[in-house]
Design a protein around this ligand. Sequence first.
Ligand code: BTN
Length: 258
Amino acid sequence: MNVADIKAKVKGIFGKEIFFYETVGSTNTVAADLFEKTSEGAVVLAEGQKMGRGRLGRTWISPAGVNIHMSVILRPKIEFKDATLITIMAAVACASALRKTTGLDVSIKWPNDLIVSGKKLGGILTDLKTEKGTIIAAIVGIGINVNSDTDAFPGEVYKIATSVKKETGNLFSREEIAIAVLGEMNKWYTVLQREDNNMLLSEWKRLTSTLGRQVVVILGEETWSGIADSIDGEGRLLLKLPSGEIKRISSGDLTVLR
Ligand code: BTN
């Protein structure tokens, strides 16, 4: 990856400082270790990850040299209860950037999957550093399948994953996509920091393909099904159960049925 190109072209604080590696365990872990030596908006980028982490303890397959694996270090001044909004902000930024740079009809599946043609193009994993209940840092990890041949993904993942190359038939510049993501994050992080949650949530709602759909949400031993009605001010899913009751769900694995 051409890091100098990214640094030169980003607008705002995101990506002005980049730590670049060929291979790491996980860029989120490296970013957490570097956090005290960095300023807000610093980015850790790696060509490949040996122990890429996904949500809910999953592995993130991170082949070298083809996709984007990056973690952005934030110091958001928001309350702990609003932490999910950080990921909502990143999902909005990534979906907008991907739509602009690739022309693909990228949508967001609650809470933060980047979806195209019903398959997963990317995901976001936010790790928080807290002290006495206060957020001192958020490491926003972004994985985007850009030029990977998804045939390289193992069995189960192959069925649910896609890449920009697979969807368009073309190779794309990872730098261009990363620059767009960081530029959009600059914009949407400003919205988050001025507590314009309505603007952020309404953009998330515009970009999501989850609301209004019949869904199943699984978290550990629990399973809920119903209609995905909305999200609340803290990013929780409002699931309308068959009884008509509204269940607020903070986290889980969502499948759209129809
Ligand atoms: C998900 O499960 O959807 C979240 C995937 C997040 C993957 C990215 S790749 C860069 C960063 N480093 C990691 O180990 N994970 C995130």
